[in-house]
Ligand binder design. Structure first.
Ligand code: GLA
Length: 421
């Protein structure tokens, strides 16, 4: 027996070896690499990860980032599906070096960027970085304009897996052309690098960014506020609700490998527990990329519980990749509906008002139709099991009215599961 096993292994080993070799050394002709997927095709599900910007802006350094990478793993974020560890603006030296190359800030990253990328990879994560299509980044560091191919090669040599590419200081640049150039530069490296387009929805990227990058911002920058905008100096970021309200009209453009990106998460950054839960749930309903933006090292158990709710994450990551649509309910309530695989669906009741409300839904008089997904449900004809994704328990069927109080700025998320007969 042992003898046969040994023969089998020695016969098969070269096959496995050759396969691994050809994947790693796929030929790259005219931007098309045989055997591996390249930029534009790399995110069949909305990418999940962490990004430094929302909490740290440019105040980052290798020491604290290594701690963050460790907590990314020990807190259960990696096991919950988060994958990309992304450095936003502020990682660079203020000028290119004498050869015109970008360099990591030597004070912030004394061991250089390759060493940090290796650290991220050694923890089973993927590594992401940031730059800008303009002459300078939004925070004033050297931009990529005119250096697209050399910057892409540098990133590939460091082992970069994800590039967020911003839109400051671009003067008269043409957005689709600028993003297509950088996408081609990434492809030419032969390394699979997810391309995150960040021109804030200014040039309707949902119409041209599919195939160029995997995700594209649809809106301006988010702040940690739910519905009332908070102004700091002359800057007023978007709120969770103002962003949400801009997503429904572009939902038909969302899908595998071309995700509408309503910006990174502000969970754990100062909103109330209910607001954080609503923000996270709504982003999952939108099939949005999920980039945690809080200090992972000191997140509360509640914040961690929100970010790692696997049943909620499964809604975000559903293979159909369909974004939710809204139906208005009585008493200023609303429900967002997301078709899921196997003819199941997620319902997210939202109370955006300032007082507690009561939901009383008579399923029998409720029907859902969605031309985008072909969904056509009459609850008087079909009964579903109800799973509450925050209480994490089954909650009867659609045969009985659904009655529940919903606090201000809160959500209730139900998964309607097909009954097994
Ligand atoms: C822009 C982007 C943000 C962030 C900053 C960095 O505002 O939209 O997400 O990357 O630049 O300067």
């Amino acid at each position: 027996m042992q003898f046969l096993k040994t023969i089998l292994i020695s016969l098969l080993a070269p096959v496995f070896f050759l396969d691994a070799y050809s994947q790693n050394h796929a030929s790259n002709e005219g931007g098309k690499t045989k055997g591996i997927l390249l930029t534009g095709q790399l995110a069949p599900r909305p990418p999940m990860g962490f990004n430094t910007w929302n909490t740290f802006q440019t105040k980052i350094n290798e020491g604290m980032l290594r701690e963050m990478v460790d907590v990314f793993v020990s807190s259960g974020m990696r096991d919950a599906g988060y994958q990309y560890f992304v450095l936003d603006d502020g990682w660079m030296a203020m000028e290119r070096d004498q050869n015109g190359s970008l360099a990591a800030d030597p004070v912030k990253f004394p061991h250089g960027m390759k060493a940090f990328a290796d650290y991220v990879h050694s923890r089973g994560l993927k590594f992401g970085i940031y730059n800008c299509a303009g002459s300078r980044t939004c925070a004033g560091y050297p931009g990529t304009r005119g250096h697209e191919y050399e910057d892409a090669r540098l990133y590939a040599s460091w082992g970069v897996d994800f590039l967020k590419y911003d839109w400051c200081n671009t003067d008269s640049l043409n957005a689709p052309e600028a993003y297509k150039t950088m996408s081609a530069a990434l492809r030419a490296t032969g390394r699979p690098i997810v391309f995150s387009i960040c021109e804030w929805g200014n040039h309707a990227p949902w119409l041209w960014a599919g195939g160029v990058g995997e995700l594209y911002r649809t809106t301006g920058d988010i702040g940690a506020s739910f519905i009332i905008p908070k102004t700091t100096g002359d800057w007023t970021p978007q709120t969770v609700i103002s962003i949400l309200d801009k997503q429904e009209s572009i939902r038909q453009y969302n899908g595998p490998n071309h995700w509408n990106d309503p910006d990174m998460l502000e969970v754990g950054n100062g909103m109330s527990y209910e607001e954080d839960k609503s923000h996270f749930s709504l982003w999952c309903m939108l099939a949005a990329p999920l980039a945690a933006g809080n200090d992972l090292r000191n997140m509360s158990a509640q914040t961690r519980g929100i970010l790692t709710n696997k049943e909620m994450i499964a809604v975000d990551q559903d293979s159909l990749g369909i974004s939710a649509f809204k139906m208005n309910l009585p008493d200023s309530l609303e429900v967002w509906i997301k078709p899921l695989q196997n003819r199941e669906l997620a319902l997210c009741f939202l109370n955006r008002t300032t007082s507690e409300k009561k939901i009383n839904l008579d399923w029998k008089n409720f029907a859902i139709t969605d031309p985008r997904s072909g969904l056509d449900i009459r609850f008087d004809k079909q009964t579903y099991n109800i799973r509450d994704l925050w209480l994490k328990k089954n909650s009867g069927t659609t045969e009985k009215n659904f009655e529940q109080y919903i606090p201000t700025h809160a959500v209730i998320v139900l998964k309607l599961e097909t009954m097994v007969h």
